[in-house]
Design a protein around this ligand. Structure first.
Ligand code: M7G
Length: 477
């Protein structure tokens, strides 16, 4: 609640000054009209950032959506490295609060009397923010110093550092696909890879005109949320009658854009493995013994595993740092807890977070032994605590598990809401963290010895390897 209080006070003050109404907060800010300049003084955002540190920066970003265009330009020029990234996350920050916390924010907001904040040094109420701000400033200045040192140390003839080639053939210099998309203009659909009418999602293979790289796009209709229902059930939703018979009616409804969003995930450039992963295929259950792992799986995944650069980016705070829900930085037992790519953070009943361990070299469940128990206990306990604090969800409403096989071979734990039928939470793939802990407590080499079952798909190369070794039960014996 302490966090919600803090957010409440800050949001309240700033929003009141910016003349942002309760209604506006309940809508997706991208759809709102911008405020008039006079409502919003130039420099306010910067002042707030100085005064309150990181959490005000989040606020600033929310305001960015509402602010007059010239101020937006100003915010963008702020020269704060992480400012742009945070911009995209600020709305999520507010959305992530529990219903109660949101009410809190609102209450503070409605009764707020605006006062320009005192200078940072005089701010007592925001010690935490100030500390974060100081740390961030220090980190930035260290990075700048390091960059400067590198430049100073460079051979005089080297004007620029040589561009490093990445494994996908592009260079470090901003490949075209590094820019976030703003629409699907120029997208050319090649094929529907898979279609899930039940989940209301579709997986599409395509390309962008003029570019060679392939893309996988996943479109998914999102669940309704209590907060947006009043908009969906208002005069703004147009209804076209399909059938009316006595007391029964069917309609085709067209709700306003802000409650009509879909979740869009894009893998671009997508590799052949991604296309296989997202394609519809027959699946087969295999039982992997200790020997199968050593002779078939391990050599295969050493050669073939998915790139895990995205994991290192998260662990090194290069990407998604503003989305981190909790971090324990300990090198042995620490981890980062953050929203899974699959969760849009719009509602907690499909909550999906992942805890990624700081320690390198633990590929999967198979590598776990009793020596990892402190790490696993820590993830379980601190993960539960963080989710309770942040989202008001108790441990008894969480499904906490590891996948075997995972797609990415750097140990991570899935945290999903019990009410959510998350993909991959079935018995052939999910292993409850509490069970894993207990098994290791009983027997340290449990997971290197145990025969583990999992599904493989028709086009999966690993299935071919199991078939080659005669290890797929195609007929009953
Ligand atoms: P997994 O068990 O290795 O494979 O889980 P799965 O994807 O087949 O389930 C990896 C988890 O990481 C999945 O739940 C992914 O949705 C999630 N994930 C994958 N990527 C590339 C990202 C990412 O870039 N950011 C975040 N936050 N989550 C990701």
């Amino acid at each position: 609640m302490a966090t919600a209080d803090k957010v409440g006070q800050e949001v309240g003050k700033v929003l009141a000054k910016a003349c942002i109404t309760k209604d506006m907060l309940e809508q997706d800010p991208c759809h709102l009209p911008r405020l008039k300049s006079s409502d919003f003084t130039k420099g306010l955002v910067v002042e707030l950032r100085k005064a309150h540190g990181v959490s005000s920066m989040h606020l600033a970003m929310q305001l960015k959506y509402l602010a007059p265009l010239e101020l937006v330009a100003d915010i963008e020029k702020c020269n704060e490295k992480s400012l742009q990234n945070k911009a995209n996350s600020v709305w999520e920050e507010y959305q992530k609060l529990s219903k109660n916390a949101k009410k809190h924010v609102m209450a503070d907001f409605l009764k707020a009397e605006f006062q320009l904040p005192k200078p940072r040094s005089a701010t007592k109420a925001c010690k935490l923010c100030k500390r974060k701000f100081d740390e961030e400033e220090q980190r930035e200045s260290e990075t700048n110093m390091a960059e400067k040192r590198r430049a100073d140390d460079a051979e005089p003839i080297t004007v620029q550092e040589p561009k490093k080639a990445k494994s996908d053939g592009t260079t470090q210099d901003d490949p075209h696909w590094a820019t976030p998309l703003s629409s699907f203009q120029d997208f050319e659909m090649i094929k529907i890879l898979n279609d899930h009418p039940k989940n209301k999602s579709v997986f599409v293979h395509g390309k962008f005109k003029g570019h060679e790289e392939e893309a996988v796009v996943i479109l998914e209709k999102t669940p309704f949320s209590e907060e947006t229902l009043p908009i969906a059930l208002s005069g703004e939703t147009k209804l076209k009658v399909g059938l009316k018979n006595d007391i029964y009616g069917n309609y085709h409804g067209t709700p306003p854009a802000q409650v009509n969003g879909i979740k869009v995930s894009v893998v671009y450039p997508a590799t052949h493995k991604h296309l296989v992963k997202y394609s519809q295929q027959e699946t087969y259950l295999v039982q992997e013994t200790e020997d199968d792992y050593k002779n078939i799986t391990l050599p295969f995944l050493e050669a073939e595993a998915f790139r895990i650069q995205w994991v290192y980016n998260i662990l090194e705070h290069k990407t998604e740092s503003e989305r981190i829900v909790y971090e324990d930085p300990d090198k042995e037992t620490g981890f980062i807890l953050l929203p899974d790519m699959k969760w849009d953070l719009k509602q907690v009943n499909d909550l999906y977070l992942i805890g990624i361990v700081h320690k390198h070299g633990i590929r999967s469940l198979r590598d776990l032994a009793a020596e990892h128990l402190p790490l696993l206990h820590n993830i379980l306990k601190k993960g539960q605590q963080a989710i309770q604090e942040k989202f008001d969800i108790p441990p008894c409403k969480l499904r906490i598990y590891l996948h075997y096989q995972p797609s990415y071979y750097h140990l991570h734990v899935h945290f999903t809401h019990l009410n959510f039928d998350a993909p991959g939470s079935g018995v052939e793939r999910a292993h409850l963290l509490t069970d894993v802990i207990e098994h290791l407590e009983m027997m340290t080499d449990y997971y290197s010895k145990k025969t583990l079952s999992f599904c493989l798909r028709e086009n999966d190369q690993l299935l071919a390897e199991f078939r080659k070794a005669g290890r797929v039960l195609e007929k009953s014996v």
